[in-house]
Design a protein around this ligand. Structure first.
Ligand SMILES: [Zn+2]
Length: 244
């Protein structure tokens, strides 16, 4: 891959920081965003604006009017449309240089390998732990990196997991797994968590900085504060057994 494939003007404000090599690494990256709600909205917009080469967008749901307070990929006229389709259109409008693929499907243990084939980095935009653990297992077994993020009310958390670098996500999953349900959420909290997830992805892709392996970033947007909680490095053989 050479620099003449890159739109230097489009990326001119970030290239002084990322360098030509960083920009080429972005162009060569293939990233999946699973869940196109509040987190997935901002994550996919930022990944596209940064110039990732390929973006895979996965979500089974349709846009609801109650989504619009935080899911900034969509406009009022998208209500009723599949999120995956509306998202792909919006992303292509933002950056036509990104190769976008979208799937209107729920991620499951059965379809994960097919849906996520060809990607090496997965970003969690989900709102429930069952599907997150499916991503965790897929990433773990295939040696991919998973950037995890979750947001609820004024709080959020972010970490990055990869076999050989950190423990798996199942190690920090709440037990029993919480029921899916919304205790309320405001857009700026989602925005902070999603932005930290993109920063993790950017660090993993470019090699610049230090991804948050073995640390959980805990965000309280009311104080405001971001605490860094160290995580113990586990063997994670039992975690995989517990997942099955
Ligand atoms: Zn584990």
């Amino acid at each position: 891959m050479s620099l003449d494939k890159i739109d230097i003007v489009r990326y001119s404000r970030q290239m002084p920081l990322l360098g030509a090599i960083g920009q080429i690494k972005l162009l060569e990256s293939r990233v999946a965003v699973v869940g196109l709600g509040g987190l997935g909205s901002l994550v996919s917009l930022y990944l596209a604006s940064l110039g990732v080469g390929k973006l895979l967008l996965i979500d089974p749901d349709k846009v609801g009017v109650e989504n619009l307070n935080r899911q900034i990929l969509y406009s009022t006229e998208d209500v009723g449309r599949p999120k995956a389709k509306a998202a792909a259109q919006r992303i292509s409008a933002l950056n036509p240089l990104v190769d976008v693929e979208s799937y209107e499907e729920r991620i499951t243990a059965e379809n994960a390998d097919d849906l996520l084939s060809g990607t090496e980095l997965i970003v969690d935009g989900l709102d429930e732990w069952g599907a997150r653990l499916v991503l965790d297992r897929h990433a773990w077994e295939r040696g991919k990196t998973l950037v995890h993020g979750a947001a609820e009310s004024y709080y959020g958390q972010v970490t990055t997991v990869r076999r050989g670098k950190s423990s798996c996500l199942a190690c920090i999953a709440p037990r029993p797994l919480p029921e899916r349900g919304c205790r309320g959420i405001v857009a700026p909290t989602v925005g902070v968590v999603a932005s930290l997830e993109v920063m993790e992805a950017l660090k993993v892709i470019t090699g610049i900085g230090e991804p948050s392996y073995n640390k959980l970033l805990v965000i309280d947007s009311r104080r405001p504060s971001i605490d860094e909680i160290p995580l113990k490095l586990m063997k994670c053989e039992d975690c995989l057994a517990r997942l099955s």
